[in-house]
Design a binder for this molecule. Structure first.
Ligand SMILES: [Zn+2]
Length: 111
């Protein structure tokens, strides 16, 4: 599967690398979705603390994107809670520590 990277001020502000990562529930291993993580260095992605709603590429249902919490659709574990990242006025989920696992699928070097 190939993904189209979003390029905008958010990705530009975060530097040279963007990654598509596969996010899944740590507890039951169900898919949560594919997500574009902007920033980090070539070798180190940086910790996932927030998932911005606008960075989900596929796999996130409308219910999840509108919900108050990020909930695993299979085991119903609450993975994160909805916030508005005030520095950018940008809706996101703040992840609970250790709630999700992630796997890098694709890396792009930004021009
Ligand atoms: Zn689960």
């Amino acid at each position: 599967m190939r993904f189209i990277f979003k390029e905008d001020t958010y990705s530009k502000n975060r530097g040279k690398y963007s990654r598509i990562i596969h996010i899944y529930c740590r507890k039951c291993k169900s898919d949560i979705g594919y997500y574009q993580k902007d920033g980090g260095s070539k070798k180190y992605m940086g910790q996932l603390r927030r998932l911005y709603i606008d960075r989900f590429t596929v796999g996130v249902s409308k219910n999840i994107s509108k919900g108050k919490n990020l909930v695993c659709s299979k085991c119903k574990e609450v993975l994160g809670t909805r916030i508005n990242y005030s520095q950018e006025d940008r809706p996101a989920f703040r992840l609970f520590v250790g709630a999700v696992k992630d796997k890098i699928i694709q890396v792009k070097e930004n021009k």
